[in-house]
Design a protein around this ligand. Structure first.
Ligand SMILES: [Cu+2]
Length: 314
């Protein structure tokens, strides 16, 4: 997990570079202020002389704010507008709806015009400006991907924008940055920056139905998957989840391509058949309070069928 970029000063895109620069200048300003205060303190302690009132008034009231605070204020105000909306005229717009405690993502596939749903892992093309259109379905959340951009709130009933761009391929760790309840700390967001053609292929694949992993002629596996699919419907998973062509609820993350994600539970667990099984069996132990019940009453065989079926959806 440490390979994920998550450090604000290791900026991987223009917005985070802007922020790193602003931070640097504010830090230099703050250091100057600190040094000035320490000099004054020394002066007061060592020489035991009081500053003359006039000097203090002129210095602290006029010279200091004009020379230090005003430039810093103007500088940071002048650079801020670009950060929210971005400079790009034709960004890739991605809808992001924050939920307790995961993210629903909406793309539009330009080749078909269709809306493509995804969850928790924000795939973007390298080098292209992206604009997130952020909202929330319950309480206020906030998106922060330190290596790529600043922080913007997701507020119910509003759409806020956040410009973000990755100049290097990679996986960047993001996080909900506004306290939103019990599992706020486990509301991660991964940004996966891919080469443009690879991104186009990814988007196209997400828009299509689930693709079963090619297992050749493994009939035992194929029938286990078929049992898993039936169990999905029988156990009531379809009440909350969408799998294209099978189930259509959006109370929980879209599972049409869940097997292709790196993680489960909004960045919490590496995704494989065994973590999937643990998740289904006892999500309340892994992410207490999550808006999904544990399925401890299912027998071992059913849990295995379900997890093999789901991890095969890529
Ligand atoms: Cu939160």
């Amino acid at each position: 997990m440490n390979a994920w970029g998550a450090f604000a000063f290791d900026a991987a895109g223009p917005a985070s570079q802007d922020i790193a620069q602003i931070t640097l200048w504010l830090l230099i300003g703050a250091t100057l202020i600190y040094a000035g205060v320490m000099l004054l303190l020394r002066h007061a302690l060592r020489d035991r002389r009081r500053l003359r009132e006039r000097a203090l008034l002129a210095g602290a009231g006029v010279v200091f704010p004009a020379a230090v605070l005003l430039p810093l204020l103007l500088y940071s105000v002048a650079r801020s507008p670009d950060l929210a909306a971005g400079r790009a005229t034709d960004p890739l717009v991605i809808g992001v709806t924050a939920r307790m405690w995961w993210w629903e993502l909406r793309y539009r596939d330009p080749s078909t015009g269709r809306v493509v749903l995804a969850a928790n892992e924000l795939n973007i093309p390298v080098g292209r400006p992206v604009r997130l259109a952020l909202t929330s379905d319950d309480v206020i959340h906030s998106v922060w991907v330190p290596a790529l951009a600043g922080k913007v709130d997701a507020v119910p009933g509003r759409i806020n924008h956040l410009a973000l761009q990755a100049d290097r391929p990679g996986v960047y760790r993001g996080q909900c940055a506004e306290f939103c309840g019990e599992q706020h700390a486990r509301m991660g967001l991964l940004v996966i920056a891919r080469a443009p053609q690879e991104f186009d292929r990814w988007l196209h694949r997400q828009g299509a139905g689930p693709v079963r992993r090619d297992d050749g002629a493994d009939e035992a596996l194929a029938s286990q998957r078929a049992r898993g699919q039936r169990a999905f419907l029988q156990a009531g998973c379809a009440a909350c989840h969408r799998i294209a062509g099978l189930a259509d609820s959006r109370l929980g993350p879209d599972l049409t391509h869940v097997g292709g994600r790196l993680t489960l539970g909004a960045g919490q667990l590496a995704n494989d058949a065994s973590t999937l099984r643990r998740w289904i069996e006892d999500v309340q132990a892994l992410k207490p309070g999550a808006r999904m019940p544990s399925f401890r009453h299912l027998d071992d065989a059913t849990l295995a069928d379900l997890s093999v079926y789901l991890s095969g959806l890529e």
